[in-house]
Design a protein around this ligand. Structure first.
Ligand SMILES: C[S@@+](CC[C@H](N)C(=O)[O-])C[C@H]1O[C@@H](n2cnc3c(N)ncnc32)[C@H](O)[C@@H]1O
Length: 340
């Protein structure tokens, strides 16, 4: 099926039962015995030393992902995720204009299907890797004139104060892939980023002019954030969304095949791993999402494991993928933000 094909997308979410899979994993010793299904990300309980170590690890992430995107800039590493329109039906609303903030846009695999499917939607897409943002711009340029519907920018959403790289050297700026006319350029990226940053910083105020999104899309990005920064990360995401809007979340889940395959040496913490290229990946439980929402004052309106069975083309063996799907609503009365 071609990328632009709009035929119905099959969405699998319950190919097998999570509890059954958990028993298989435990009884067959497929994962380290100290992995518990219930403990959750513990930002609050980190002591100073742990917090400093987490900070050091997190600070290496921007460059690790920048290198990752540099290595994959020639090919499309992430495929278009057209199933998102089925998974989150609010994104298929063709009648009303709506605004989505995508965090961790990678090479545009989520932004593109939205822009393609809904001529009335406007997508702010950010990533802390400038290479990723350039890749998303290049991919979006294939869609033709987006006339103000696509606003990419660079921002580290997990930073204590969201950081925009507004000091890129002129050399770096010149190396940036030249954007097609009317789409995005480095200056525009930075200007848009600044606008959004301002909205975050003002989020505790009642400014009616804040450019809030209807929804924020978090697809396989929270797992790339050190768990000691997850609360900060989600708080920034929530601050950019209007009351009543949602954080739409899909990410790696406990006992996902990729978790079971990680070598022990790459395990940093119970459910936190470092890939060989230095990027982090954390495997979420549904309990994590319950705790995070309670801490942030968000309403968890949907949260479940999605269990998808794929078959390895070469050896025909089943590959059991586990994802966490969640919808976290910003209460209509809004949330009170702690200092950013
Ligand atoms: C696994 S990729 C997912 C990309 C895309 N969402 C997708 O589903 O294909 C994670 C992306 O999040 C970005 N990222 C990780 N941490 C981030 C942060 N703190 N702020 C902004 N982007 C971040 C990375 O650069 C990378 O592009």
């Amino acid at each position: 099926m071609g990328k632009g094909d709009t035929t119905a997308v099959e969405y699998h979410s319950h190919d097998f039962n999570f509890e059954w899979w958990k028993q298989q994993v435990i009884s067959q010793g497929l994962c380290p015995s100290d992995v518990q299904p219930h403990p959750s990300v513990e930002e609050a309980s980190c002591d100073d030393v742990e917090y400093c170590q987490a900070d050091c690890v997190q600070e290496t992430q921007q460059s690790a992902w920048e290198q990752f995107h540099q290595q994959h800039e020639k090919g499309v590493f992430f495929k278009e995720r057209r199933y998102l329109l089925v998974e989150f039906p609010e994104l298929s609303n063709k009648d009303d204009p709506y605004v989505v903030l995508e965090i961790g846009c990678g090479n545009g695999s989520s932004a593109l299907p939205l822009l393609r499917a809904n001529p009335k939607c406007k997508v702010y897409a950010c990533d802390f890797s400038p290479k990723a943002v350039d890749a998303t711009c290049a991919a979006a340029s294939t869609l033709g004139d987006l006339s103000g519907r696509f606003i990419p920018f660079v921002c580290d959403v997990a930073a204590t104060v969201p950081v925009l790289p507004d000091t890129r050297s002129s050399e770096e700026t010149q190396q940036t892939t030249a954007p097609p006319p009317g789409s995005c350029g480095t200056l525009d990226i930075l200007a848009c980023g600044r606008l959004l940053l301002d909205s975050w910083l003002l989020s505790a105020s009642t400014s009616p002019s804040r450019p809030l999104a209807d929804h924020a899309l978090l697809v396989f990005v929270a797992s790339a954030v050190h768990p000691a920064r997850t609360v900060t990360f989600l708080r920034h995401a929530a601050a950019a969304v209007r009351p009543g809007g949602c954080l739409l979340f899909r990410d790696y889940g406990l006992y996902d095949m990729t978790m079971l395959r990680f070598p022990a040496a790459q395990r940093l913490d119970e459910r936190l791993y470092k890939r060989q290229d230095g990027t982090l990946t954390f495997f979420f439980t549904v309990e994590d999402l319950h705790r995070l929402c309670a801490e942030l004052g968000l309403q968890l309106v949907e949260c479940e494991y999605c269990c998808v069975e794929l078959v390895n083309r070469k050896n025909k063996k089943p590959m059991r993928r586990v994802f966490v799907h969640a919808r976290m609503r910003i209460p209509v009365e809004g949330i009170s933000h702690k200092t950013l």
